[in-house]
Design a protein around this ligand. Structure first.
Ligand code: ATP
Ligand code: MG
Ligand code: ZN
Length: 252
């Protein structure tokens, strides 16, 4: 059973820890001396909380580096396997090396899968607080917060986005960037960059050299200044491939 499965099973079963009775401390005998130490369930509970607080969409909860196939079909582009290697390198080197990632690629090539796999690894293996946000949902939540009867204020919503150690912003550029959205995004990026916090971004839009038949580039979509900032904050990972959803459908 993987650690995540163990966490989720104990969560649904609601069992008491047999080693510590849920106190989080376990008695350790060393000859005649009794000491206490943190029980393993304590670390598991922390990871369970981190996993819940990361707000990973249900559909992506099972995504991991292990189940990302570096060669999902014969003759696939080497960029798929390379992307996996780069993400593995990123999670292993974190936090010694803090650099964001910008996943670029067409529909269904595995960008969100890899971004989720990265934060799940950081949570489960390193206990790092992470947060997942679909960029369009974030904008919607912020817009809703301005209505008079809203439960949350703009700063309630922005607080975790600005401060969580690792943030995934999924689907950048999917929404047309109005000047207001551009300002919000710039604010988030600059704040996080200044505080040495890592941001992982996914986008369907590409740079000029990879755009192919796309009518716009990421730079055209989000503006020159923002694209330039992303070069500084993130390592670009371009994934070229077929839509895995379609491919999976045909294979089954
Ligand atoms: N190489 C792969 N190995 C295993 N599963 C994959 C791979 N690539 C994609 N998938 C699976 O295919 C589905 C689509 O992948 P994902 O959602 O990550 O694509 P995406 O690049 O984010 O697409 P979009 O641009 O539409 O958001 C997911 O269920 C994901 O787990
Ligand atoms: Mg996606
Ligand atoms: Zn315990």
């Amino acid at each position: 059973m993987t650690l995540q499965e163990t966490i989720l099973t104990s969560q649904t079963r609601g069992v008491r820890c047999k080693d510590c009775g849920d106190t989080g401390w376990r008695v350790k005998h060393q000859g005649p001396v009794e000491t206490v130490e943190r029980c393993t369930c304590y670390r598991m509970k922390r990871k369970e909380q981190l996993l819940l607080r990361a707000c990973i969409p249900e559909r992506y909860m099972q995504c991991s580096l292990e189940n990302y196939n570096p060669q999902p079909y014969p003759d696939c582009d080497a960029s798929i396997g390379r992307a996996k290697v780069l993400v593995e390198q990123f999670v292993k080197e974190y936090p010694a090396r803090k650099i964001g990632l910008l996943f670029m690629g067409g529909c269904g090539v595995g960008k969100t899968h890899l971004a989720v796999a990265a934060i799940k690894y950081l949570i489960l293996e390193k206990g790092i607080p992470c947060l997942f946000y679909d960029f369009r949902n974030l904008i919607k939540e912020l817009q809703n917060s301005y209505s008079r009867d809203s439960e949350y204020s703009e700063s309630d919503i922005l607080e975790p986005v600005l401060s969580r150690e690792v943030l995934v912003l999924d689907e950048l550029g999917a929404k047309v960037m109005s000047p207001w959205i551009r300002d919000i995004f710039t604010h988030i990026l600059i704040q996080r960059y200044n505080n040495n916090l890592v941001t992982l971004i996914t986008s369907n839009w590409m740079d000029e050299e990879d755009r192919g038949i796309q009518e716009e580039t990421l730079e055209e979509r989000i503006g020159y200044r923002l694209r330039s900032r992303l070069y500084e904050m993130c390592k670009t990972i371009v994934i070229k491939g077929k839509d895995y959803r379609k491919f999976r459908e045909i294979r089954n």
